[in-house]
Design a protein around this ligand. Sequence first.
Ligand code: CP3
Length: 355
Amino acid sequence: MILVPRASPKDGTFLKTLAGERSNPPPLWLMRQAGRYLPEYRDLRAKAGSFLDLCYAPRLAAEVTLQPIRRFGFDAAILFSDILVVPHGLGQTLWFAEGEGPRLTPVTTPADFARLSESFDPAKLGAVLETVERVRTALPPETALIGFCGAPWTVATYMIAGRGTPDQAPALALAASDLALFQLIIDRLVKVSTDYLVAQLEAGADAVQIFDSWAGALTSDEALYRRWCLDPIRRMTEGVRRAVPRARIIGFPKGSGRFYSLFAAEAGVDAVGLDQHLALDEARALQASRPVQGNLDPKVLLAGGEALDHAVDMILAALSTGPHIFNLGHGILPQTPIAHVEQLVGRVRGTHGAG
Ligand code: CP3
């Protein structure tokens, strides 16, 4: 039984909604809201050098976190960092190939695993926590700060393949060929990621989100989904709540499809993040058990125009009777025009295009 903490009167609409209250209009933030679609991000990123340098430079990372809040007044800021700082903090080599995405030296043998540390490098962890502190101090009190990490399964897919893959085949293959090693990797990630979220909450994050971006690769069979998506996340939510009983936790098991309701029932999260593939009647059914977050298609935001207004209206109409945090179904695309984000904010808040 999870004791869900009640909202406090000081909370803004984001935290109230996470506690199960309904707000009209709903609170709003966007996954990847700090990033390349913003000219002020591109400027600062060019000055910082590499993306990873930016992640570990507290003053600059805090500034980037705040940029979308200043521009759009979102109800929540999300820490500027990356899910891959966790393997990096365990000593795995990581770099971001310009225009191509992350590259890591793959962990595929017991010897590779033995080279990883048991806990997060204190210098890197310290830099992230200083960013959290700086952002919390700078934010308006009613704007929530979201910390985050990747779910063990999703982070393991990058650690094992050494890069993003379309089907997560290398990780699935290792789970099949060397179950013991795969389980060790997952267990290490459960432990380190739990400690990491606790540290973010203690440094000032108001809530945390667990990104399981590749949960969809596990949906061919319930046992697979339970073992590598649901169980590791449930162990994390239990561990985080043991250390921080008031913790607010959002789970984003992207692509979970028919397993979304199982996740909502058993993962121990306060709210469930929905991708754009989940039908709105199913999203609404989930709201009976938990607040939901999502689920506008990032391609619709990119397209803009009437299609954007229509999609926003459909989501608001379907989900306004229960607790809902407006968001995308996945991260904002770098080519998205700023005017479309302004249109979205106006439409959600009822200040744009009525009639
Ligand atoms: O604004 C925010 O949402 C906070 C910051 C954030 C980033 N990455 C910044 C980033 C968050 C929450 C993430 C999560 C993340 N990172 C995920 C889970 C969510 C998802 O998108 O599925 C994953 C899988 C990663 C790993 C990752 N980081 C990839 C695959 C890439 C390359 C693809 C890309 O979009 O470039 C990154 C790089 C990255 N992470 C950038 C940003 C702003 C772009 C780096 C740059 O400026 O060049």
